[in-house]
Design a binder for this molecule. Structure first.
Ligand SMILES: [Zn+2]
Length: 452
């Protein structure tokens, strides 16, 4: 009844004329349109000593960036005088680059293992929302001005995404997947390790699906919540509290239904996959990115090249595991511990194969398993396992922007894009580690951090 009334009242106002028969259907909105957020009002000039405005091309020396209302208006050589009333930001002693992008985070918490599992039962949604906001702030502090959140229950990060967009909370731009989806017993099954009496309540979130029809429904459920991207798991997970291994755990018709339904609505699909069987299944069906990709084989490399899907290595998980186990050897339950020990042993092997094979790589940490605010640690691991500092920075800027569908908004410092700009002391092209000490962070034209 309400829909009927609002439709008729719009018609009466002349705002919703019926479409002519030959009119083309309205295409799904590109993600960038949803994510074009308002910027800080006013004019700012940045004087950059070294400027890597387009990662992949050599940096320039002594340049000025003009920013108006949170958007980059021009980039010119030399240090120009700020116009009357403009702010001047002096970064002549620093290395300036585009705001960094982490394609795989879980902002809600980084209390993983048994502690994180318990927090899911003891902490209220309200408390967990504040924890997510705190983690978002730490992420922005570290120079990450955009993140893709790949799985959060209770709609916490969907709410946080909108709160940040409205200026009610401080944090990076969030591209959000809502809840991750897997088959029953899979990586997104919330009942694993929980006694049977609680299962009905936990399954009400609709994060599992079995059979093609049910998997279409599961994706549509996330679409209806307003998600930007769909996250699915075709294989088991390291942190899943079950000893089922890390191979494929989904039939082709289920994976196909998930991916095709997401694409029907113009949403990309991020696929959690460790074993080559589940990786190749997803790539053959049109996955947009493979997350973790721990065991790539020759066929995976061929499919990556053929489909141009991105590989998101998430090597930082190993830091989270090692640090947590060092602090508490009982941090993980037995079946999880065995998978973690394996993952630590094989980390980086796939990246070492993917780099020379020409696979497109986007930066992603899986922060939440590792600590929020330590996202830049991933750069060291990427360089240790076969990338150059420049290609690692490209992965966290140009490539990640492309993967997220935000190339017209972020990823380079060019006219028309959001003024998401960061700076460090030292030269990250010579020593990638300097990116771990961010000294300046601007988000949509607003200076969030500037260390003297
Ligand atoms: Zn993850």
């Amino acid at each position: 009844m309400r829909l009927f009334l609002s439709c008729c009242s719009l018609l009466a106002l002349g705002l919703a004329a019926p479409l002519p028969a030959q009119e083309a259907p309205i295409p799904p909105p590109p993600i960038a349109a949803v994510q074009a957020l308002p910027g800080e009002p006013g004019v700012t000039i940045i004087h950059a000593g070294t400027l890597l405005d387009r990662p992949g091309r050599p940096p320039r020396r002594n340049a000025s960036i003009l920013i108006r209302d949170g958007r980059i208006e021009s980039v010119v050589d030399g240090f120009v005088e700020p116009p009357a009333g403009a702010r001047l930001v002096d970064l002549r002693d620093r290395f300036v680059l585009p705001g960094l992008i982490d394609s795989h985070v879980h902002l809600t918490s980084d209390r993983a293992g048994n502690e994180g599992f318990m927090a899911g039962f003891t902490d209220s949604v309200a408390l967990r929302s504040y924890e997510a906001a705190w983690n978002a702030r730490k992420t922005l502090d570290a120079g990450f001005t955009t993140v893709r959140n790949l799985g959060s229950d209770d709609g916490i990060t969907l709410g946080l995404r909108d709160a940040i967009g409205r200026g009610w909370a401080i944090g990076p731009r969030i591209v959000d997947a809502g809840s991750a989806i897997s088959a029953t017993s899979g990586h997104a099954d919330p009942t694993l390790g929980v006694r049977d009496e609680f299962h009905d309540d936990l399954l009400a979130g609709g994060t599992t699906c079995d059979g093609a029809e049910d998997c279409r429904r599961a994706v549509r459920r996330q679409i209806a919540r307003g998600v930007d991207v769909i996250k699915i798991a075709t294989t088991g997970g390291v942190n899943s509290r079950i000893g089922l291994g890390l191979g494929a755990q989904m039939f082709e018709d289920e994976a196909r239904a998930l991916i095709e339904t997401a694409h029907l609505y113009g949403r990309r699909v991020a696929v959690h996959a460790h074993g080559a069987d589940g990786i190749n299944l997803a790539l053959r069906l049109g996955a947009d990115s493979i997350e973790h990709g721990t065991l790539l084989d020759d066929e995976s490399l061929r499919l990556f090249r053929q489909t141009r899907a991105y590989y998101v290595p998430t090597l930082s998980t190993v830091n989270g595991y090692v640090e947590r186990l060092r602090a508490n050897p009982e941090a993980y339950s037995g079946e999880v511990r065995r998978k973690i020990e394996w993952r630590i042993r094989v980390t980086g092997q796939s990246l070492r194969r993917a780099v020379p094979a020409g696979v497109r790589i986007a930066f992603g940490t899986d922060a939440g398993v590792s600590l929020h605010g330590r996202n830049a640690d991933e750069f060291l691991l990427m360089v240790r396992h076969g990338m150059t500092p420049m290609t690692a920075i490209e992965a966290a800027t140009v490539n990640a922007a492309d993967l997220l569908g935000l190339s017209s908004e972020v990823g380079t410092i060019e006219p028309g894009k959001a003024a998401d700009i960061v700076a460090v002391r030292g030269d990250p092209l010579a020593d990638i580690g300097v990116l771990r000490s961010m000294s300046f962070v601007m988000s949509r034209g607003r200076v969030h951090r500037n260390e003297p």
